[in-house]
Design a binder for this molecule. Structure first.
Ligand code: HPA
Length: 269
């Protein structure tokens, strides 16, 4: 695995003069952030040795290196979901490569179903913590001590300093944000009413099908993480309606500029 990580990183370095501390996984809600990156180089996943290639609708597969504001970033357009059939080592491989390139802060975004009754559709949730309900753990198997410890601490999986700054930015910019715990589950089904209720009872505020594996691997390597989730539907009794991928994408697209604004300000502050 170490060699694969190094090969991929070396290829990226051969394409760009790499000098960034910030990695961004462009999930739902951050697609348009990619269009704000200037002085850019795009690298297709296809061209990177050992890099997986994504399949799901609404996600393409390339790395974009360039400037967001005046800061260099590496953005991943198209992430790998467990429900697509990738194993967890593959889902999290890009985060390993980012770390190898010198990235120490990871920004993630996703779409989720709100289970907190105070939430509204379209809310932007700052992820303060998560509950991992994926059936496979990304760190299962041999531990590579060069990458991180066998038993990583998870007491601050989402960086409190970045959360505080993001709240300031949102307030200053008049953007309503909520905070909460993201429950990561495998999908690809959306939840039954009983499952939404269960996620609320165990301490969740929103549920989605991504992010948790990448965050665990980032933590393993000592990276700081900041995450935003866009509430695209509500798993709250009496408010549950049919959910579709299209609806999730639509709400995500509508709220994109606000998410992009928060992340851009955070990176440039
Ligand atoms: N459940 C799981 N994943 C999701 C949801 C949901 O309700 N909405 C968007 N992604």
């Amino acid at each position: 695995m170490l060699e694969k990580i190094r090969n991929a990183a070396q290829y990226i370095r051969s394409r760009v003069n790499f000098n960034s501390r910030y990695g961004i996984i462009l999930g739902t809600g951050l697609g348009n952030l990619a269009t704000k990156i200037t002085d850019r180089t795009e690298i297709d996943y296809h061209d990177i040795p050992d890099f997986p290639v994504s399949t799901v609708e609404g996600h393409s597969g390339k790395l974009i290196y360039g400037k967001l504001g005046h800061t260099e970033v590496l953005a991943m357009q198209g992430r790998f979901h467990y429900y697509e059939g990738y194993d967890m080592k593959t889902v999290t491989f890009p985060v390993r490569v980012m770390h190898e390139l010198g990235i120490d802060t990871l920004f993630v975004s996703n779409a989720s179903g709100g289970v907190n009754p105070e939430f509204e559709i379209g809310d932007i949730m700052i992820i303060t913590d998560h509950i991992n309900l994926f059936p496979e753990h990304p760190l299962r198997g041999k531990n590579y001590d060069e990458l991180g410890p066998r038993f990583p601490d998870m007491h601050e999986a989402y960086d409190r300093g970045l959360i505080a700054k993001a709240k300031e930015i949102a307030q200053r910019s008049g953007i309503r944000v909520v905070e909460g715990v993201y429950v990561g589950t495998q999908g690809p089904t959306f939840e039954t009413p009983a499952e939404y209720k269960y996620f609320r009872i165990i301490g969740g505020d929103a549920v989605g099908m991504s992010t948790v594996p990448e965050v665990i691997v980032a933590q393993h390597m000592g990276m700081k993480v900041f995450g935003l989730s866009i509430i695209t539907d509500l798993g709250v009794e009496e408010k549950i309606v049919e959910v579709s991928h299209e609806e999730v994408q639509k709400i995500g697209n509508e709220r994109q500029p606000l998410m992009t604004h928060i992340i851009t300000e955070l990176i440039n502050s």
